[in-house]
Ligand binder design. Structure first.
Ligand code: CMC
Length: 430
């Protein structure tokens, strides 16, 4: 039977609206002609019910609690791939063969150095600067060295700028941390892998030899893969939004980083650890009192690391991380009192009617911080680690948007509710 187009009735008008069919999940209703034909616009705060793009990169099934990239289950990618393989998959649509992977890894090594002029840039920040601010500023700043790659419709320029951004991100991230410690910046080394290199630049000192721990490398590789992409989340939508004005890749990604920094998005991993530490360090605090605060509508406190716009089921990334946390702690650190409190909080929340009725489960940020901590990362670097992980997703979405002939500059409408016509009063009479 032929599927009928949906009909919208406004007053006496019946308007047929075209469907935009999805291969998985919700199909869309194309409302782009609504204003012109009916004189109304759609209203959807937070775009909770609005598809802003057709995308073939990532599919999140919120009800089932599953996540796939280019059709591959996240569990399989996290188990079997390197982060660079997943980055290649997101950007180019297929997993690389051996030769493609070697070339891809080589290109990362070739471009991992930062221009020496940028050192002065890092030095200009105050020591207490949050590394996320340095990260996004430096990402914007490196656009000044690559103006020849700014054209978003030049295929070669897109690949060149994507490679440079991916290759330099671990260096920028590690240097943003070194800045806060006052220790010398450590240069990338071409005998190390992408993840090893980052760990080396983060933790090595010029005065002694540093051996990258394979357990830590493996764990960080999995963590980066788990953050690699997640559909039209706030930062990715920001990258697309900014990029829709034909802003270059560096500028668009820098904007996405600023969106990620917020505590409701990637900044949540830092907030989770602060929350768990508060519970552990305050003898009067209990998991029950924190659950009660999260439920209290007169208290702005939220249980950090809980809830998600898309998942009405357990976040598959959190499921992997929860298991992984035990394993990593066993191998590198032994016990962490924060893990015990996190598990207690999760138990208490999952058996509470408030959280159950709103489908609030742990999200990726609930357990990731405990693992980052066990791996030796300072808490203010957690969102930076999320950003390194999410970078391939941002680039892939920016690239897909620029390749899509349907792309137009993002320019939403508004429903105006302000003053209408007012009599102007000159300054001396006000
Ligand atoms: N603690 C207490 N109540 C919550 C929480 C929470 N963490 N999350 C949602 N709720 C309640 C919310 O108050 C609302 O209740 P009611 O229906 O009575 O008004 C209901 O659940 C729906 O919440 P919402 O704010 O309308 O949902 P949203 O889709 O707009 O927000 C969210 C999603 C992730 C911002 C939100 O769940 C939240 O603030 N969580 C805490 C921050 C966090 O962990 N962020 C990381 C998100 S996952 C990774 C990432 O994107 O970076």
């Amino acid at each position: 039977m032929e599927e009928r187009e949906p009909t919208l009735s406004i007053g006496d008008n019946n308007l047929e609206l075209p469907m935009v069919p999805a291969l998985q999940g919700y199909s869309g209703i194309d409302v782009s002609t609504l204003r012109g034909s009916q004189g109304v616009v759609t209203y959807d705060p937070g775009f909770a019910n609005t598809a802003s793009a057709q995308s073939a990169i990532t599919y999140v099934d919120g009800a089932a609690g599953t996540l796939t990239h280019r059709g591959y289950a996240i569990e399989e990618l996290a188990n079997s791939c390197s982060f660079l393989e997943v980055a290649y998959l997101l950007l180019f649509g297929n997993l690389p063969n051996k030769m493609e992977l070697e070339q891809w890894q080589d290109s990362m090594k070739r471009h991992s150095l930062l221009n020496e002029e940028l050192k002065r840039f890092f030095n200009a920040f105050p020591k207490r600067a949050h590394p996320m601010a340095i990260l996004s500023s430096a990402t914007n700043a490196i656009s000044t060295f690559y103006e020849e790659y700014h054209d978003p419709h030049d295929e070669d320029a897109i690949v060149e700028s994507a490679q440079r951004l991916l290759a330099k991100m671990p260096t920028i991230a590690a240097w943003s941390y070194k800045k806060s410690t006052g220790f010398p910046y450590i240069y990338p080394q071409n005998n190390l892998t992408y993840v090893e290199n980052f760990l080396h630049m983060m933790f090595a000192l010029p005065t002694e030899e540093y051996h990258v721990d394979p357990v830590i490398t493996k764990a960080l590789n999995v963590l980066l893969i788990l953050h690699a992409d997640h559909g039209q989340n706030c930062s990715t939508a920001t990258v697309r939004f900014v990029g829709s004005s034909q802003a270059n890749l560096f500028a668009s990604v820098a904007a996405g980083m600023n969106a990620l920094w917020g505590p409701l998005h990637g900044g949540a991993n830092q907030k989770v650890i602060e929350m768990l530490s508060d519970i552990v360090n305050d003898p009067t605090a209990t998991t029950e009192s924190y659950i009660a605060r999260a439920k209290d509508k007169n208290d702005s406190f939220r249980l950090m690391g809980f809830g998600h716009r898309v998942y009405t089921n357990y976040d598959p990334r959190a499921r992997i991380l929860k298991k992984f946390a035990d394993d990593v702690l066993d191998r590198v650190k032994g016990d962490d009192p924060l893990l015990k409190v996190a598990e207690e909080l999760e138990q208490a929340a999952l058996s509470d009617e408030y959280f159950a009725s709103r489908n609030l489960y742990p999200n990726v940020d609930f357990y990731s911080g405990i693992i980052f901590r066990a791996l030796g990362f300072p808490i203010r670097m957690f969102t930076v680690l999320f950003a390194i992980g999410r970078l391939p997703g941002w680039i892939a979405n920016w690239k897909e948007m620029n390749e899509d002939p349907a792309t137009r500059i993002a320019r939403p409408r508004q429903v105006y509710i302000g003053e209408t016509s007012r009599q102007f009063v000159p300054l001396h009479q006000r």
